[in-house]
Design a protein around this ligand. Sequence first.
Ligand code: PLP
Length: 440
Amino acid sequence: EQLTETLDELARELDRAHVFHSWSAQSQASSLVVASGRGARVWDHSGREYLDFSSQLVNVNIGHQHPAVVQAIREQAELLTTIAPSTVNLARGEAAKRIVSHAPAGFHKVFFTNGGADANENAIRMARLHTGRDKILSTYRSYHGNTGAAVVATGDWRRVPNEFARGHVHFFGPYLYRSEFWATTPEEESERALRHLRRVIEAEGPSSIAAILLETIPGTAGIMLPPPGYLAGVRELADRHGILLILDEVMCGFGRSGRWFAFDGYGVRPDLITFAKGVNSGYVPAGGVIISDPIAATFDDRVFPGGLTYSGHPLAMASIVATLDTMASEGIVDNARDIGEIQIGPALAELAGKHAVIGEVRGEGVFWAMELVADRDTREPLPAASMGRLKSALVERGLLPFVQDNRIHVVPPCVVTPEEVADAVAIYDEVLSTALEGEG
Ligand code: PLP
């Protein structure tokens, strides 16, 4: 007991002394220790356990420490831990074949990266080289990663201090609850958001635009399911002007939405697909671009000017093969779809019926947001201090939440069980009842 508590303390001490954390003022970095996990649960060295309803950064779709994936990494490590991307490697070919098997017809090639940001970075580069055009259009409510072009394509606050790439233009996507277009129905929101995009394209000069880059379902920005006709309308606008459509499936892909790709639910076919996170649940860092045939053909006889030392890294490739095979054989994507429809959606709607602080619940699969408001009529966001209190109270009761702005994202692994969902909903319920007492 004493020894394990000491390990937690040692981990905190070393972290405070030597680790520089992402997106944080260093004095305010988290002190939560995680030593191990299994499925939808993680624990520290002393055995204090948490229900992981964040899937970390919404990436551990297959759950923690799935034995089939761990075993595949172990076996690959014994065979070959690393090799240059210029070589031919069986695990890499097997991984690419499985990835394209889930893509629409007309996609045969995968460019592997280390994660999601460099996937978008390279998709943007391919679009520019293929079209000979320059500008990339993306939405204000988006996150595309933290590298040169990806962070400037990003719309949210993280772009602003990092705005050093050129050729990026932003527009507003649909978001009915906080409509930029004074819309009151999903149809109206869709139509007006498309009109706005058409005007942005016309004003920027259609022949200067290489691609429109969109998260199929904006994730960190709030899990806004696209309204009817929106993505089809974007596709149509793009086609009319010879603009490519890049769909960022980094967060919403590989099971999160209850489908292999989120765009499978919207009858739209992109030109480039970017992925990372769920493809191997981050067991080894990996991401990539799935390339449609005409764009791949651009580089048949022309050099593609891009590469990474760890592109197609064997440990990542073996983990992708095992992850995708296991997700298929264990019906993990179906579980995400069913549990979202049958249990998570109805349970969150019931919470919204009980707690006036919940302004809207939206989502599908294991990809849900509860948007919290100080006032249901004005929809004024719940202030940051209250969100902080809710977050601490959830962690104290053993639930790791994903809290962003004024929202709690309910994003457990795709393998989450009905019992775990019931436990989590009881914790949300209790915390929403008690943690804000004495406010407002
Ligand atoms: N795109 C989306 C939609 C994301 O959610 C993220 C990460 O959260 C990224 C890209 C960047 O991925 P990475 O952090 O692996 O670079």
